[in-house]
Ligand binder design. Structure first.
Ligand SMILES: *Cc1c(COP(=O)(O)O)cnc(C)c1O
Length: 360
């Protein structure tokens, strides 16, 4: 077997011990005589897997008991609509801080269902920064304030939860969930597609404060109603059982790694290694304002874009894949999620140095 370093933005690399455990249990999960993929979601074996997943997630992240954890489908994209369906609660509008393309999409989708005010945007700066908090024109009567904690395409990340008073803060954490310690109680709702930092595609996590649910817009489908999902332990219908199981193994792995504090320190070291190199030379450039640089997704361009194809070819030959930038930005992007080892980032920096030395 040969494993490469996979810098893809998502679906993305998973921890090797998790994949090995999946492999070992694929045909026979703990003496049950069948694999998890084949189990009924009503089976007590699967129920125990689902409950352990939630328990481990609550423990590793520190989720207070007055928050519901929902395991949904449809990705973050479905949540762009499902959040306003559940959280508008008779209010006229929600506020959106737009710091990249995902936030822009979330705002557009919400605008189909009610008011969706853009209260701050860094689009004029090509999403290379986060507008100063003092400049946001927040509505004290807004249903919620929506942010994208980490903009995956542009590589822009909120260093912390912004202060928004008593209006519930909602965050799309798809690409930064559990990448370092954070305080769930600062948020009314957090959502994240699994395929960036948590597990395989197919599962979407929603963590929501209990008092915010149960007042959906008329016409909302049961499967999109957080209260209905919570009352049915996220099993109103057949859930994505296999991704749910793998996510559970990832949460166990995170505990063994020392929890979010240790994982966050490792992520900070990885990001520093790459950004320090980017800042120490002139051939590669990352355009993002330093306080808002993402620890998870690092876009960069080459001073000679005609060498992009050669860079990608050479990096692939060196065992580094998934570095092609998003089609909106071009250039390169290195996604360095929890499961990317420090050795992977070190190998990338070595390759970048060698590429400049020989081609730059
Ligand atoms: C990937 C991503 C999305 C879209 O996720 P899907 O699961 O494909 O719907 C939304 N927001 C952010 C921040 C993302 O990184």
């Amino acid at each position: 077997m040969s494993r490469i370093f996979n810098f893809s933005a998502g679906p993305a690399t998973l921890p090797l011990p998790v994949l090995e455990q999946v492999q070992a249990e694929l045909l026979d999960w703990q003496g049950s005589g069948m694999g998890v993929m084949e189990m009924s979601h009503r089976d007590k074996d699967f129920t125990s897997i689902a409950q352990a997943c939630e328990r481990d997630l609550r423990e590793v992240v520190g989720i207070p008991s007055h928050y519901k954890v929902l395991f949904m489908q449809g990705g973050a994209t479905a949540q762009f609509a499902v959040v306003p369906q559940n959280l508008l609660r008779g209010k006229a509008s929600a506020d959106f801080v737009v710091t990249g393309d995902w936030g822009k999409k979330a705002q557009k989708e919400a605008a189909r269902l009610g008011g969706a005010r853009v209260v701050a945007s860094s689009e004029a700066q090509k999403f290379t920064t986060i507008p100063d908090r003092a400049s946001w024109s927040l509505d004290p009567d807004a249903a919620y304030v929506h942010i994208t904690s980490n903009e995956t395409i542009h590589g822009v990340e909120f260093p912390d939860a912004p202060e928004v008073g008593s209006v519930p803060l909602v965050s799309d954490m798809s690409s930064s969930f559990a990448s370092r310690p954070f305080d769930v109680s600062r948020y009314g709702l957090i959502y994240a597609g699994a395929q960036k930092n948590i597990g395989p595609a197919g599962l979407t996590l929603v963590i929501v404060r209990e008092d915010l649910i149960g007042q959906v817009l008329p016409g909302t489908f049961a499967i999109h109603d957080y209260k209905v999902m919570a009352d049915n332990d996220s099993m109103l219908n057949t859930p994505p059982t296999f991704p749910w199981y793998v996510c559970g193994l990832v949460f166990q792995w995170m505990k063994r790694e020392g929890g979010l504090a240790a994982i966050g320190e490792r992520n900070a070291r990885k990001a520093a290694l790459l950004y320090d190199y980017l800042d120490a030379q002139d051939f590669y450039n990352n355009p993002v304002a330093r306080p808002y640089r993402s620890q998870m997704n690092v876009p960069f361009t080459l001073a000679a874009p005609e060498l992009d194809a050669e860079f990608l070819k050479g990096s692939k030959a060196a065992g580094l894949i998934g570095l092609k930038g998003h089609r909106l930005l071009g250039g390169m992007r290195a996604s360095i999620y929890n499961a990317m080892p420090e050795a992977g980032v070190a190998a990338l920096v070595e390759f970048m140095k060698e590429f400049v030395r020989t081609k730059g």
